[in-house]
Design a protein around this ligand. Structure first.
Ligand code: HEM
Length: 505
């Protein structure tokens, strides 16, 4: 009994000590919300439902406030009109140091910005141009071929016998994962007969499940088998193995050549870089593919409009050929699909929780606009939280509703969105902002379009009636596109024509 009392009193004294020593708000700083648990602060409320939690704080404290979350003081800027000054202040509000240290800790390679690797960080940034411009034409061509191969294989496999035109059932997220993972892997890293991609995908999924804890700086040693899984994933990408893969894309080949130039980089570290890139390439694209397909097949009007647009651009002839040979959809043709692009952007709007993070490099006063300036402290985090803009009823009418043509006006992309009569520049930000935007965004958008095109050209899809709606997994607050939390069954029937079927037999 006495022992219990001693432990209890000890615990209370630690709390009181921490509370006494903990930070206090100074003049000119935003309102400070610390919670009552030292260090942890408001982490639990934030993790449970970040959007709800932050909206409530916004109502109580206004558009700018600082919250203690898992040992870090994060200043949230909730008003999109104040974003530009944060995005502009690249020198005092740094992204790269933060992302380098978070990525190296999470994926297990030494920090790129270390003096051991002179010039490597800049070369990596330059390599990102190979995901854009003319290099994107080749990637798009290759992705289209890989997608068709994977989908054909899946739809026409004997086990599923989808070729006889009868309705089949499958789980939608599983379907998106299998197809997008394999097609993206083959497009970026190449092909080899000896690769077991299903196992790789399962291991990445396990790792991804723990990813939020690694990002929250929980030591990997405390996370069960995570370290073992990570080492297995890294081993997959050892240079000797990658050298045997046929036709990796120019982007990955350039990274292989670049890492080869550094004797200070071990083979294991090179492999860890390749593993990290695969994670970046599929981690958000797969849930985004799910939400887009899910919303389209949930809404007959949207499905019809998008299907008609695809057939119009691709042509009926190609549609009929797709089970016999690879068809091409060029980058320019993808650009013409405005309803499809709007549907993908609308899915991003509803499922993206990417938080834009900057680390304060020195104590300074940040001028946000004519009325607002705030004092910031070195090493604090400044965060933009675009989900609050994505769901703002003043910007988007009925913000919780999927409206496939929300981003179309007069047959073109709509870019005019207003709040209180003023045009909002940053109204949709799934890929981050400013100079640090995701370098894979053009490739990702094309992949998503191609996936929907190929799937809709190959088969009809429906959701069975009386199924619970798909819900977002809120536990990944701040980290990209939220996956669905519940399984969703869908029905599909291939559109293989009688002529194609006879030729197969
Ligand atoms: C729907 C798909 C995707 C989404 C929503 C997405 C989102 C993001 C976001 C929010 C960031 C951080 C940017 C910032 O905070 O300013 C990021 C970074 C990054 N993304 Fe993507 N991404 C996607 C697909 C891809 C693909 C397909 C690739 C590569 C093929 C890729 C490669 C990267 C890389 C390398 C970075 C780090 C850049 C750096 O540190 O400078 N992403 N992405």
């Amino acid at each position: 009994m006495l022992e219990c009392l001693t432990v209890f009193l000890g615990f209370i004294s630690v709390l009181l000590f921490c509370a006494f020593c903990s930070r206090r708000r100074k003049d000119g700083e935003p309102p400070l919300i610390k919670g009552w648990i030292p260090f942890v602060g408001k982490a639990l409320e934030f993790r449970k439902n970040s959007q709800q939690f932050l909206s409530q704080l916004q109502q109580e404290h206004g558009d700018i406030f600082t919250v203690l979350i898992a040992g870090r003081y994060i200043t949230f800027i909730m008003n999109p009109f104040l974003y530009p000054s944060v995005i502009k202040h690249g020198k005092q509000l740094d992204f790269h140091k933060f992302s380098d240290s978070a990525a190296s800790r999470t994926f297990g390679y030494p920090p790129v910005q270390s003096s051991l690797f002179p010039g490597m960080s800049d070369s990596i940034q330059r390599s990102y141009t190979l995901l854009q411009g003319s290099a994107l034409d080749l990637l798009t061509f290759s992705m289209m071929g890989n997608l068709q191969q994977v989908l054909r294989c899946r739809f026409l496999s004997s086990e599923e016998s989808g070729s006889d035109g009868h309705w089949q059932e499958a789980e939608l997220y599983e379907f998106c994962k299998c197809v997008m993972f394999q097609a993206t892997f083959n497009t970026l890293y190449g092909h080899s007969a000896n690769l077991c991609l299903d196992q790789l995908r399962e291991d990445i999924e396990k790792f991804d499940g723990i990813f939020p804890l690694l990002m929250a700086r929980v030591p990997i040693a405390l996370l069960g088998k995570t370290k073992e899984i990570r080492e297995k994933l890294i081993r997959f990408f050892y240079p000797q193995r990658m050298a045997e893969w046929r036709a990796p894309c120019q982007f990955i080949q350039t990274r292989m050549d670049l890492f080869q130039q550094y004797d200070t980089l071990q083979d294991r570290d090179k492999a860890a870089h390749h593993f990290a890139m695969l994670w970046a390439a599929v981690g958000n694209t797969i849930p985004a593919a799910f939400w887009c397909l899910y919303h389209l097949i949930s809404c007959p009007e949207a499905l019809e409009a998008v299907r008609a647009e695809i057939i119009n651009v691709v042509g009926e002839k190609n549609m009929k050929l797709i089970f016999e040979e690879d068809i091409t959809i060029t980058r320019q043709q993808l650009e013409q699909m405005v309803n499809l692009e709007s549907s993908i952007n609308e899915s991003f709007r509803l499922s993206s929780v990417s938080m834009n993070i900057r680390i304060v490099q020195e104590d300074f006063c940040l001028r946000l606009d004519a009325q607002n300036s705030i004092n910031l402290r070195k090493d604090d985090i400044v965060a933009l939280y675009p989900q609050s803009t994505h769901l703002d009823p003043e910007i988007y009418d009925q913000p919780q509703r999927f409206q496939f043509d929300r981003f179309v006006e007069d047959g073109r992309e709509k870019t005019d969105f207003y709040k209180c009569g003023q045009k909002v520049r940053y109204y949709r930000m799934p890929f981050g902002s400013g100079a640090t935007q995701c370098p894979g965004r053009f490739f990702a958008m094309n992949e998503l379009k191609q996936f929907v095109c190929a799937a809709l050209l190959m088969c009809e899809m429906q959701l069975p009636e009386n199924q619970q709606e798909a819900m977002l997994d809120n536990s990944r607050a701040g980290l990209g596109i939220m996956p669905p939390v519940n399984p969703i069954t869908f029905k599909y029937r291939t559109k293989k024509t009688g002529a194609n079927m006879k030729r197969e037999q």
